[in-house]
Ligand binder design. Structure first.
Ligand code: F6R
Length: 633
């Protein structure tokens, strides 16, 4: 392939070659990236058609390639791209699983691509997850043979799992591995809960083409989008080749390209600590305030020193000479970094009621609505417990400080209630003479949603949020999830618009916890973004500011913190009580590390506070941090 952007990637990788062992291109948005990949595939198909030859594609499933398939379908529909000369081989399929199951990769491929293009069904190959165990080995040999007979794969599309798997080649897979049955890693199975609705239902195995099968493709394009992929992408690109991260094998392929969005690229050295790669100007970057804070907080953590104790020597010996020469001495830089961080801290997240022209509002809150008191506050919580987990202390403060606090639970969260919890409630109900048995899936789902509502009411009482200010949006994308993949509908956006219009908040808080591997947070934020797009010209919105919280899956890195709310020991204790009301979530249900969410959230707020303390700022019991969500007006 001689596409020009591939060459851009190669040349831009030169300065980073010490760090990056694979060519990488970063696109602003997954859709733009997908359009480029689809264009390359279309070019290959047309080139082959002109030569009267087949194009052999290796295809992946999962959330990553969906936009590519949508674009290929559009190219077929609108630009006459024909799939008559296309043969496909999919990477993998769960085992055991029949093709007609909603979660099967057969269904996925039909729904996302094959139903929309003119491919000859006899040229489609997807491993069969329903064959008898005894026949698997010969079936896999035959799959390899079929690939060879087709002339090998021209272009292999890949995603990457959080374990570093490509296809389902989990950690430990050998470079010489071929198509075979593989046991799925626990992390992979946990990530698949979003499609199977509970861990027990996720198959334990899969049939996958091997590492060798993949490496034999003449061209490989791996795509990764989203923050939850950032760590594994950095290991795949910058780490040593090893079976521990099977994607590192791609470093040995001479025609492989990795395509990322900015979130997935965030942990690459050139993004995280660009000064280690070379002078910033040479990379088209500047020493902005944010970059300075990034460097100072990184250096303080690296050296284990408080910010104000960093010396010229520290800057010099950690590749920060450029910053040093720009400011003259370490102390100047230290002060700037220190003040930036200190100015994020306030115990008045809604602003002070007593602020006047001479007694200003806390710094993070100096916006147009700063003087409004009390404020209408609208907290969006993807699942019903997310907001107490991640910003429970701030919620308690806002309510104590007499703001009008509303909470909008975006999805019902019914899928995350284990069956045994439902059974317990039904037993209780029966003791009182009730008849509901919850044996039907639809009624079980409703009852589970009711359990989560009751828990949310209970937690809100602890936080002193009035019952009338709880809004259960039950967004349809989540309710329909069992019937296929999660898609945003106009109804999701409209429901969100309605709650915004009804409350007309001065402050919005939303989950920016995009590392959530189940995707619920990402979809909820996308829906909110689309809803805001619809109301942003309404006059009341000019006064509205928005904050993004995190906590259950990760914390804001210090250079992205814009608001820090300190918590007293009493507030931490009350937050814990509020979290405990979400009893159905107290199983190790979704956490890859088996620790309870509540414990994890509390540890994380404490760790933030320890970090501020170590950097030489104040020592509080815990802290919750927020990133300013810059909204287009
Ligand atoms: C799917 C496959 C997997 C996925 C990977 C990423 O056929 O082989 O390797 O590409 O698990 O999944 P998503 O795209 O859902 O994040």
């Amino acid at each position: 392939m001689k596409t020009s952007w591939y060459h851009d990637a190669l040349s831009s990788s030169l300065e980073t070659s010490k760090w990056e062992h694979l060519p990488v291109v970063i696109f602003d948005h997954p859709k733009v990236a997908a359009a480029r990949v689809a264009a390359e595939i279309a070019e290959l198909i047309r080139e082959r058609a002109a030569q009267n030859r087949m194009a052999v594609l290796g295809l992946a499933t999962g959330s990553t390639p969906i936009f590519v398939y949508q674009e290929l379908a559009r190219l077929h529909r609108e630009e006459g791209l024909s799939f008559r000369n296309v043969t496909t081989f999919n990477l993998d399929e769960y085992y055991p699983l029949t093709a007609d199951q909603p979660q099967s990769y057969h269904r996925f491929m039909q729904e996302h691509l094959f139903d929309h293009v003119n491919i000859d069904p006899s040229r489609i190959h997807i491993p069969d997850g329903s064959i008898a165990r005894a026949d698997v080995a010969s079936y896999c040999d035959n799959y390899e043979r079929q690939i060879a007979e087709a002339g090998g794969i021209d272009l292999q599309l890949l995603g990457i799992g959080r374990t570093g798997h490509i296809g389902f080649n989990e950690p430990g897979s050998a470079r010489r591995s071929v198509t075979r049955l593989i046991h799925l890693d626990r992390v992979t199975r946990l990530d698949a809960i979003k499609d199977f609705s509970s861990e027990d239902r996720v198959p334990r195995a899969a049939i996958t083409t091997g590492v060798r099968t993949i490496l034999q493709a003449r061209r490989i394009v791996l795509m990764a989008f989203g923050e939850h992929k950032a760590d594994i992408v950095a290991r795949a690109v910058e780490g040593e080749v090893s079976a521990e991260v099977p994607a590192t094998y791609l470093q040995d392929h001479d025609n492989c390209l990795m395509i990322l969005d900015p979130a997935a690229a965030a942990q690459l050295t050139r993004i995280r600590t660009p000064w280690l790669v070379g002078p910033l100007a040479e990379m088209g970057l500047a020493w902005s305030d944010a970059m300075l804070r990034r460097a100072v907080t990184w250096l303080a953590q690296k050296t284990g020193k408080a910010i104000l104790k960093l010396t010229d020597e520290d800057y010099n010996s950690h590749s920060l000479q450029e910053l040093l020469s720009l400011h003259g001495n370490a102390y100047e830089i230290n002060l700037q970094g220190f003040r930036q961080l200190q100015n994020t801290i306030t115990g008045w997240p809604g602003g002070k009621p007593t602020a006047t022209a001479t007694v200003p509002q806390p710094r993070p809150l100096r916006n147009s609505s700063a003087s409004v008191y009390p404020k209408r506050i609208l907290i969006f919580s993807p699942l019903p417990d997310d907001h107490v987990l991640s910003m429970g202390g701030t919620l308690i403060r806002l309510a104590e400080q007499k703001h009008e606090v509303h909470v909008a639970c975006q999805v019902s969260g019914s899928d995350a209630v284990p069956d045994e919890v439902l059974q317990r409630y039904l037993d209780f109900h029966r003791q009182l003479g009730g008849a509901a048995d919850g044996s039907e899936a639809s009624s079980a789902k409703k009852l589970k949603a009711a359990i989560r509502r009751a828990e949310t009411h209970s937690a809100s009482r602890v936080c002193r949020v009035e019952a009338g200010r709880l809004h259960f949006l039950d967004l349809p994308f989540y309710e329909r999830a069992a019937a296929g993949y999660r898609k945003i509908s106009p109804e999701d956006v409209e429901t969100t618009v309605q709650v915004l219009r009804e409350i007309r908040p001065h402050q919005i808080y939303a989950a920016g916890d995009l590392a959530d591997p189940h995707g619920t947070h990402r979809i909820c934020l996308e829906i909110l973004t689309q809803a805001i797009e619809k109301i942003r010209h309404e006059p009341w919105f000019a006064e509205c500011e928005a904050w993004l919280y995190r906590g259950a899956w990760g914390e804001w890195p210090l250079h992205e913190v814009d608001l820090t709310v300190p918590l007293s020991p009493a507030e931490v204790a009350r937050k814990r009580r509020a979290i405990f009301q979400h009893e159905s979530q107290k199983s190790p249900f979704l956490g890859a590390d088996n620790s309870e969410f509540g414990r994890r959230a509390e540890d994380s707020a404490r760790a933030t506070s320890r970090l501020f303390d170590r950097l030489g700022l104040a020592d509080y019991e815990a802290m919750e941090t927020f990133h300013r969500w810059e909204l287009a007006r």
